[in-house]
Design a protein around this ligand. Structure first.
Ligand code: S3P
Length: 165
């Protein structure tokens, strides 16, 4: 059994996932971080040098690998939901929770960061709104949802720990 955190960029997947894994004594698997380690480059450089399709291929391979593991809290990248096979594999290996937050909160959280290439193409808030709108049905389809807009990190971890028996 694993716990898989889905959600748009800036919804708290990495910070909450890391703390939840510590609390459970499980492995923390941050997909973007693993991809960066393997490729020896930041996600931003990977997108710039090899393009998004290359990144999506690495992401899909990693999903297939992680889905074979146990006792992991997996923080996915926000775009993992774009491939239905990723969702199917992750749903088959554990409890899936989608983190969400309102647009203004997401914007505040990602504002200063330039490491999210998909938000660097044009005006950030417009890009964010468009992507979020486009993906919302995919996020909504994840059975468990947690809104992190007003929760502290500790509260969010506590709620998740209670949500998942
Ligand atoms: C992406 C989200 C990022 C990272 C990449 C693409 C996306 O992860 O995987 O920049 O398509 O939403 P975070 O959600 O951890 O920022």
């Amino acid at each position: 059994m694993n716990i898989i955190l889905f959600g748009f960029m800036g919804t708290g997947k990495t910070s909450i996932g890391k703390r939840l894994a510590e609390r459970l004594g499980w492995t923390f698997a941050d997909m973007d971080e693993l991809i960066e380690q393997r490729e020896g480059k930041s996600i931003a450089d990977l997108f710039a040098q090899k393009g998004e399709p290359y990144f999506r291929k690495l992401e899909k391979t990693l999903v297939a690998e992680l889905a074979l593991g146990e006792h992991q809290v997996i923080s996915t990248g926000g775009g993992v939901v774009l491939d239905p096979e990723n969702i199917r594999r992750l749903q088959a290996c554990g409890r899936c929770v989608c983190l969400r937050a309102d647009e203004d909160t997401i914007l505040k959280r990602v504002q200063e960061n330039t490491q999210r290439p998909l938000l660097e193409q044009g005006e950030k808030s417009a890009r964010l709104r468009a992507l979020l709108h486009q993906r919302q049905p995919l996020y909504d389809a994840i059975p468990l949802q947690l809104d992190t807009t007003t929760h502290s990190l500790e509260d969010a971890v506590q709620i998740l720990a209670e949500m998942i028996p």
